[in-house]
Design a protein around this ligand. Structure first.
Ligand code: AMP
Length: 285
């Protein structure tokens, strides 16, 4: 596996592969890798001869300086996991390499970013779109792999690909969970033992909402309220939001629509660590 530290090296590596007729898969990450990331790398390796995994803790997508400072950084451990998963090149740039000058370009994804993560983390998706665009331009992948764990991010990147005519296929994979249901996340490493023990309740809250939706007795607002109350009953969990939304538009639902999938998304803090999770429910009426 090659380790590339500069934008020029990434560009040269992927252009070479393109000229040789090889397919390029890109897996953008922020590192502290776990099974959620590695499934993306393995899938890319099945479909592409060249697999680039980027590890870059992107400052422009953090609105909380402590979250950025404390984000786990484990490049050696990560590199050891990537090669066996089929990664052919690890792109590990510095902040200066990715941002030789501050970007003044701004993205606006309209209604898609006025809810949930976009609403609660101002500027977050601007940072995501900036770094993802840079990675797409530098490596010109045939396929780019993302996780449904970041449900709204997938919708934003899909809009980015369409809006700017990036010539690539976006591939999304389901959320990988710990045996107790907690969605795998690099931030889980920062949870205290007490917070880690409580964290699976987030998924329990989502499953409660899913069950209520499937039972079909409550309105979206009632489902939202019941699941939020369940989570707020635990004092160690600070729920930022729990939203029952249309899985395509991500807008809050006022009523159930026949055959339109619903997403239940949440963000919560446990002991100073911010976690997100979601489940998607098919509603049949
Ligand atoms: P991150 O390093 O958190 O920015 O994540 C990099 C990519 O891995 C994103 O596309 C995430 O959605 C995806 N990912 C992170 N955690 C999981 C998970 N538990 N299951 C599936 N995909 C994940």
């Amino acid at each position: 596996m090659e380790i590339l530290n500069t934008a020029a090296a990434l560009h040269a590596y992927t252009e070479n592969a393109r000229r040789a007729g090889q397919r390029i898969g890109l897996v953008p990450t922020m590192g502290a890798l776990h099974e959620g990331h590695l499934q993306l790398v393995r899938a890319a390796a099945q479909e592409c001869e060249v697999v680039v995994t980027s590890i870059f803790v992107n400052p422009t997508q953090f609105n909380n300086p402590d979250d950025f400072r404390l984000y786990p950084r484990l490049p050696e451990e990560d590199a050891a996991l990537l090669a066996p998963a089929g990664c052919t090149a690890l792109f590990l740039p510095s902040v200066e390499e990715m941002y030789p000058q501050p970007t003044v370009v701004r993205f606006d994804f309209g209604a898609l970013e006025r809810v949930m993560e976009g609403e609660h983390r101002p500027g977050h998706f601007n940072g995501v779109a900036t770094v993802v665009s840079k990675l797409f331009h530098l490596s010109r992948p045939h396929r780019a792999y993302f996780g449904q764990k970041d449900f709204q991010q997938v919708a934003i990147v899909r809009q980015l690909v369409l809006g700017l005519s990036f010539d690539l296929e976006l591939v999304a994979f389901p959320t990988i969970r710990e045996p107790d249901g907690l969605a795998m996340s690099s931030r889980n490493r920062r949870l205290s033992a007490e917070a880690r023990a409580l964290a699976p309740q987030l998924y329990q809250g989502l499953l409660l909402a899913k069950r209520l939706i499937e039972e079909g007795q409550l309105t979206p607002a009632e489902v939202q309220q019941t699941a939020a109350e369940f989570l707020r009953a635990e004092p160690a969990i600070t729920l930022e939001y729990l939203a029952v939304v249309d899985a395509h538009t991500l807008q809050p639902l006022t009523d159930w629509q026949p055959n339109a999938p619903v997403a239940i998304c949440l963000a919560a803090q446990l002991g100073g660590v911010r976690l997100i999770d979601n489940v998607v429910v098919a509603v049949n009426e």
